[in-house]
Write a protein that binds this ligand. Structure first.
Ligand SMILES: Nc1ncnc2c1ncn2[C@@H]1O[C@H](COP(=O)(O)OP(=O)(O)OP(=O)(O)O)[C@@H](O)[C@H]1O
Length: 275
C-alpha cells in the first residue's frame, strides 16, 4: 500500500492552548474626579465568550480597558480593585506592563492595521512591542497560524507582502485579530469589533470568534443584542443611572438574560426600551 501523502503543504497545527479565567474584583474607576465605575466584579470563565452590554457611557469600554491595563494610559485615569488572570493580579507591582498586554490582547472598534505595512509585517508587529523575539522560520509559522486562526489565511496567502491598508474593512479587522493572536494571548478583548463592518463581514468575524473560543477566553463589548445572543455564553449588563457611576445590574447565562432576566431594567434594555 502506498503511504498517504498530504495533497498540499499542511499547515502546522496551532500549539495546544491552556485556557485562562479572567476575574475582575471590585473595580472602581475614575477620570480625574469623575467616577465612572463602581465596584464592578465579574468572572470571565476560561474558554467562554462573555459579552458586556449596556447603554452608551455606562463604562463598558473603560472596564474592558482596565482588563489589560490600557486605562492607565490616560493621564487623568485611576482605578481601585483587582484583575486576576488565573488567580494572578495583573496589576501586581512587580509585574511588567507588557506581561498584561502579552497575555490579554485587544481588538478595537475601528480596524487599525498599519496601512502602509505589509500584511506579513502587520501580523508580527506586536512581537517586538511585547519583547518577543523570533527567527525567520518562527515568524513565517506565526504569520500563517495567526492568519488561519483569524480566518484570513486563504484570502491573503498569495499577497502577504501587499499593504494591510489594501484589504477590505472586514479583512482588516481579521488582520487585527491575527496581529493580536500572534503574541499568543490567553484572553482576547474586543471592543465593538463589528460596529464598522457590513453584515457579511460581521458574520465572518462572529464565526471566527466562535472558532477562537476553544483556545482563547473572549470578552466582547457590543451594542448589538443579536450579536450578544449569537456569540456569547455569558452576558453582563452595565448601567449608569442618573449620573451614578456604571455598575453591573445583572450577569449570567446569555440565553436566560434575554429570555427571563431577573431585573426589570435588564428586561427593558434587552427589549430595546431604552439605550
Ligand atoms: N479618556 C477619557 N477621559 C475622560 N472621560 C472619559 C474618557 N473615556 C471615557 N470617559 C468617560 O467615562 C464614562 C464611561 O465611558 P465608556 O466609554 O467607558 O462607556 P461605554 O459604556 O463604553 O460607552 P459607549 O457604549 O458609548 O462606547 C463616560 O462618562 C465617558 O465620558
Amino acid at each position: 500500500m502506498l503511504p498517504v501523502v498530504p495533497a498540499a503543504a499542511t499547515p502546522p497545527p496551532p500549539p495546544p492552548r491552556e485556557l485562562a479565567t479572567l476575574e475582575a474584583r471590585g473595580i472602581t474607576a475614575w477620570f480625574g474626579d469623575h467616577q465612572v465605575l463602581d465596584r464592578v466584579s465579574l468572572t470571565m470563565p476560561a474558554g467562554v465568550i462573555t459579552s458586556l452590554i449596556g447603554p452608551s457611557g455606562c463604562g463598558k469600554s473603560t472596564f474592558l480597558r482596565i482588563l489589560n491595563r490600557m486605562h492607565e494610559l490616560v493621564p487623568s485615569a485611576s482605578l481601585a480593585g483587582e484583575v486576576l488572570l488565573d488567580g494572578d493580579d495583573i496589576y501586581r507591582a512587580d509585574r511588567p506592563l507588557t506581561d498584561a498586554r502579552k497575555s490579554i490582547g485587544m481588538v478595537f472598534q475601528k480596524p487599525n492595521p498599519f496601512p502602509a505595512m505589509s500584511i506579513y509585517d502587520n501580523v508580527i508587529a506586536g512581537l517586538r512591542l511585547t519583547g518577543i523575539s523570533a527567527d525567520r522560520d518562527r515568524k513565517d509559522e506565526l504569520v500563517q497560524t495567526s492568519l488561519q486562526r483569524a480566518g484570513l489565511w486563504n484570502e491573503v496567502k498569495d499577497r502577504l507582502r501587499s499593504p494591510g491598508g489594501g484589504l477590505s474593512g472586514g479583512q482588516q479587522q481579521r488582520l487585527c485579530i491575527a496581529r493580536s493572536l500572534a503574541v499568543m494571548p490567553r484572553v482576547l478583548l474586543m471592543d465593538e469589533p463589528c460596529s464598522a463592518l457590513d453584515p457579511t463581514s460581521t458574520r465572518v468575524i462572529e464565526e471566527t470568534m466562535l472558532e477562537l473560543a476553544h483556545e482563547v477566553t473572549i470578552v466582547i463589548v457590543t451594542h448589538n443584542m443579536q450579536q450578544a445572543q449569537r456569540v456569547s455564553t455569558q452576558c453582563a449588563f452595565f448601567l449608569a443611572s442618573q449620573g451614578t457611576p456604571g455598575a453591573i445590574v445583572e450577569y449570567g447565562d446569555t440565553e436566560a438574560m434575554f429570555s427571563e432576566p431577573i431585573d426589570a431594567r435588564t428586561f427593558d434594555y434587552v427589549n430595546g426600551r431604552f439605550g
